[in-house]
Design a protein around this ligand. Structure first.
Ligand SMILES: [Zn+2]
Length: 568
């Protein structure tokens, strides 16, 4: 009897101990058996990496790291696959990559299937038929220059999809949208409505809105277009989370946060429903409220959710003809051969906003694509620094696509970090050369090599949902600079794989003031890791074919390709 209870007790204890061991990740894990790209200061490639809890504890040779583990570690054999730092999104709009879970996908090849206006209309018509009359139908990501008709849908086009549902179709840039007649009526736009400052309501010959809204005119939808329901919001977040982790991104970004997004991002993270880390850039009006004390956003664990820069917007997008250039567009969009776009914000107002946030100690990120807009942004940064000198402000020039050499010199002098949207060389490269910019300016779009030659730190991004969040395709674009037709675009601006990798890891961490905890594989940093099907150093021409196999955040595996395959 006594023996039996002793056995039972021992069994129970063993079971409990076993269960506890199963629940908790092994205290120590060693990765070995494949190249480990540390992205440290010397770009070392090492044999083994040891993780303890949620941090990296040992990096070095197989012998060194196994000696550190002391025989008590779980050993992961990479079997020739590569380990790199988790990718950090230098600029994107989480959870934007999940919007197609709820809204109509209007994207064209190579991303989607829409080839002509009829495709746009048909997709919106099908969705409208599923909804009660009066309910909004929202489409996302049409690209006028990839439609056979080479123009935006107008109210008349969209009325063919429905006259009973208000419809809004967003341009791929997010800087323009097209409305049908019901939507125009809902917003209250007619011939008498003036253009708002920094925006344009396109009109027909009679002066009535033709349906297309540019830049700040799209803000007229604010408060009229209902926000997603709770159920829709969750579907968007769930899909965005899956896509983010499947891309190997361990730190996502919301690069233009609305006030209504701040609370949900915080509590979703606290509930453990967002396995990745998030950096939030409040949009200007939201940051203003935080600054004034009207809105509280002070994340308790900045390693999970961090408040980053305030985000301002100085111009639009090149492919929307709203980027502000110093020289005219190559093929003008209308009758004016001197058309060069326009600033979305008056220079005096931009200066005032930059000065206010700079003085308050904020980091500032300003969207600027055209070189005229970049001049104005750098003027604002410089004036603020002169009035209120501050060390290491790390203000960010977001996109910086048309940055000239003298502007890169100025960024270097001012300590400004450009974040390049280098995927434009692929997705819009042919049209930048033939339509928007002409061969000369297109060749030096996203001038990464010029930046590197100046010792200027820079990051690379996808601005998702503008294009899919695929860091390996970003690397491929920066290293190869090929368009969708396969043509080279400015090969003299190509950079090496290590430099490109740094721009989506270590330098992206630096851009977020997180270089002490993230971005490279060094002892003491968070164990945010990605296992890739092969080393990016092996075959630079085909970087886009590398597959993400596993994503690890803080030492815990949060996504594995094989699990996803099981689900399908
Ligand atoms: Zn953006």
């Amino acid at each position: 009897m006594r023996l039996r209870s002793a056995v039972a007790l021992a069994a129970t204890a063993a079971l409990a101990a076993g269960a506890a061991w199963l629940l908790r990740p092994a205290a120590r894990t060693v990765y070995l058996g494949g190249p480990i790209l540390t992205v440290d200061a010397a770009d070392r490639v090492v044999e083994a990496l040891g993780v303890e809890g949620e941090r990296i504890a040992a990096v070095g040779s197989r012998e060194e790291v196994l000696a550190w583990a002391g025989g008590r570690a779980r050993v992961v054999d990479l079997a020739g696959r590569a380990l790199v730092p988790g990718f950090i999104d230098a600029h994107g709009h989480f959870p934007g990559s999940g919007i197609t879970a709820v809204y109509v996908d209007l994207s064209s090849p190579p991303i989607g299937e829409v080839r002509r206006l009829d495709d746009v209309i048909e997709r919106l018509r099908v969705r409208a038929a599923e909804k009660a009359p009066g309910e909004w139908v929202v489409g996302w990501s049409y690209d006028d220059t990839l439609l056979a008709e080479r123009r935006h849908p107008t109210r008349a086009d969209l009325d063919r999809a429905s006259t009973e549902h208000p419809i809004v179709a967003w341009h791929v840039s997010g800087h323009l949208c097209a409305l049908n007649s019901a939507a125009l009526a809902r917003v209250g736009l007619d011939a008498a409505t003036p253009d708002p400052p920094g925006g344009r309501i396109r009109r027909d010959a009679s002066g009535a809105p033709d349906g297309v809204l540019e830049e700040t005119a799209t803000e007229l939808l604010r408060g009229v277009l209902p926000p997603p329901t709770l159920r829709e919001a969750w579907a968007i977040v769930r899909e965005a989370t899956r896509r983010t982790l499947a891309a190997g991104v361990t730190t996502a970004q919301n690069g233009y946060a609305e006030a209504a997004q701040l609370g949900p991002l915080l509590w979703l993270s606290r509930l453990g429903l967002l396995p990745m880390r998030i950096v939030v850039w409040p949009r200007e009006e939201v940051a203003e409220r935080i600054l004034a004390g009207d809105l509280d956003f002070d994340p308790p664990d900045p390693d999970r959710v961090r408040r980053g820069a305030v985000k301002l917007i100085a111009d639009g997008s090149i492919q929307g003809y709203t980027a502000f250039l110093t020289q005219p567009y190559f093929v003008p969009p209308g009758d004016d051969p001197d058309y060069r776009g326009w600033p979305r914000i008056a220079p005096a107002e931009l200066n005032a906003q930059v000065e206010r946030f700079h003085r308050a100690g904020w980091q500032i990120a300003v969207h600027g694509n055209g070189d005229a807009a970049i001049d104005e942004i750098l003027d604002a940064f410089e004036a603020a620094q002169r009035a209120y000198p501050r060390d290491d402000a790390r203000h960010i020039l977001v996109h910086a696509q048309m940055a000239r050499d003298d502007q890169l010199d100025r960024m270097k002098r001012l300590g400004v970090i450009p974040s390049f949207f280098v995927l434009h060389t692929y997705y819009w490269g042919d049209r930048h050369r033939d339509v928007f910019l002409g061969p000369e300016r297109a060749a030096r779009i996203s001038p990464t090599r010029s930046a590197e030659e100046r010792g200027l730190r820079f990051t690379l991004h996808a601005d998702t949902p503008v294009v899919p969040l695929e860091p390996l395709r970003i690397l491929w674009a920066a290293v190869n600079r090929r368009t969708t037709s396969g043509a080279e675009l400015g090969p003299e601006q190509r950079i090496g794989v290590q430099r490109a990798l740094r721009a989506v890891t270590a330098d992206a961490a630096w851009q977020h003031f997180e270089e002490a905890t993230k971005g490279s594989l060094e002892p003491g940093k968070l164990a945010d890791l990605v296992i890739l099907s092969r080393s990016p150093l092996d075959d630079p021409a085909h970087l886009d074919r590398i597959r993400v196999l596993e994503t690890i955040v803080g030492g815990s595996s949060v996504w594995r390709a094989e699990d996803e395959a099981d689900v399908r």
